[in-house]
Write a protein that binds this ligand. Structure first.
Ligand code: ATP
Ligand code: MG
Length: 417
């Protein structure tokens, strides 16, 4: 196998490259000379943007919701195209990627643990078994059961209600008292299938102890079971009932010992959910006056939210390159080559409606993107679907980048009527 051999380099099958990380995988594949193939549904592929279709060396069209069929189709495809690595990308299919890698004898994650990286009930069990600091939790099917188990487990108030399987803060709410609990459980249980594939979800609700404090994320590349920590990133969210990510800044500004602690706990969380060859995205909160990071969740995938861009702008490390290297059984490049700062701010509406206009301010050192066109329906700000656009800033320090991104966001105009 030869890396850097242009279009004849090793082939990697990405299980569903749609979503934010896909574009970074495409760039990384170009840099490494990797041939990138996608496994998805034909109709989902038909809806890919042109740049993504053009970047792919081929398509394995299958039904990702039918595990035996998907494994059969993908195995035959991988053998036919001499695929050397399987890259999970879409969170809900990360267990499928682990099963496929094992079948093919390629580097991959532990299929016996992989469901814990998708399902927050199994994740809670895996964290408890590994002694990882995490909020206490219980499962509930309705409001009455939620009341009972919250009391039994002494979860206290506020508490957090969320779907067992979902992302993007969909169905997640912070509940201040018993009155709102039944409604929150119903909201968390509304997702029975994930679109666009129609994958059936575990529709149970999880109720969790609320962890106060600041929030951070930290990604971990794992190669042959060895964890390589990536930089810690500070995360901002809305306050109140719905916690929507409003921005990320790298580096985090945490003191060095705490950075190492976050990296250590994130690596343990990744290993606990069976990540052995690939990447994991871990989110933690650190309560005030504490130096213990509590893991909110970990996913066996690249981060979303343009975090690949933010981390690379600040440190020179390409998470997508490292991910491809890990799934190919190579040593990942994770050593920072610069010490700058980068920050992303998302433009959120105050309420849902129709987007009248969105103009991003053009400040030196920043660039932005509008996600929706005028006339588009903007959902109520209850999850990340409401975000209208974003601004990325790069500067010499994280504080300067955060300030610059904040100024660009403040000067941008978003009108929703
Ligand atoms: N136990 C908790 N204590 C405090 N805050 C929490 C807790 N669980 C979730 N949150 C808040 O809600 C946000 C979304 O929750 P979570 O990450 O579990 O859901 P998600 O849908 O997987 O999110 P995403 O895909 O947006 O990262 C978290 O980033 C955090 O701000
Ligand atoms: Mg999360």
């Amino acid at each position: 196998m030869e890396i850097g051999a242009g279009p004849h380099g090793p082939g990697v099958l990405v299980i569903e490259p749609m979503g934010n990380a896909g574009r970074f995988l495409v760039e990384a594949a170009e840099r490494l000379g990797v041939r990138l193939y996608a496994a998805t549904h034909q109709d989902v592929h038909d809806g890919y943007p042109q740049w993504l279709r053009a970047a792919l060396a081929g398509l394995c069209a299958t039904d990702l919701t039918d595990t035996p069929r998907a494994l059969r189709d993908m195995e035959a495809f991988c053998r036919q195209h001499a695929i050397a690595g399987v890259a999970p990308c879409f969170e809900l299919f990360t267990p499928l990627a682990a099963l496929l890698a094992e079948r093919l004898g390629l580097p991959g994650n532990d299929p016996r643990l992989a469901r814990a990286a998708r399902n927050k009930v199994l994740m809670g069990e895996a964290f408890a078994a590994a002694g990882i600091p995490a909020p206490r939790w219980a499962v509930a099917h309705d409001g009455a059961e939620a009341h009972r188990v919250a009391l039994e487990k002494e979860l206290g108030w506020p508490l957090v209600v969320k779907p067992a399987e979902q992302g993007g803060s969909w169905g997640v709410s912070v509940v201040e008292g018993p009155d709102q609990l039944a409604e929150a459980v119903a909201a968390a249980r509304q997702y029975t299938h994930a679109q666009p594939h129609g994958l059936e979800l575990d529709a149970r609700a999880l109720i969790q102890e609320y962890v106060p404090g600041d929030e951070y994320s930290c990604d971990t590349v794992v190669a042959d079971g060895v964890a390589y920590p990536l930089p810690v990133v500070a995360k901002d969210t809305t306050a109140g009932r719905y916690r929507i990510e409003t921005g990320h800044t790298c580096p985090s500004g945490l003191p060095a010992p705490l950075v190492r602690k976050v990296q250590h706990i994130a690596a343990r969380a990744a290993l606990a959910v069976g990540v052995r060859n690939g990447i994991a995205h871990t989110e933690v909160k650190i309560p005030p006056d504490s130096d213990t990071p509590y893991v909110i969740e970990t996913g066996a995938r690249l981060p979303g939210d343009n975090l690949c861009e933010v981390v690379e702008a600040a440190t020179g490390v390409s998470e997508a390159v490292a991910h491809l290297q890990a799934v190919l059984g190579l040593l990942p490049d994770t050593v920072p080559s610069r010490t700058d700062g980068a920050s992303i701010r998302f433009l959120l509406p105050e309420r849902g409606g129709v987007l009248r206009q969105a103009v991003i301010a053009d400040l030196p050192g920043t660039h932005g993107e509008v996600h929706l066109r005028p006339g588009a329906v903007v959902p109520e700000p209850t999850d990340s679907m409401c975000r209208i656009g974003h601004v990325v800033a790069r500067a010499e320090t994280a504080d300067a980048a955060r300030g610059l991104a904040g100024r660009a966001a403040a000067r941008s105009r978003v009108e929703v009527g």
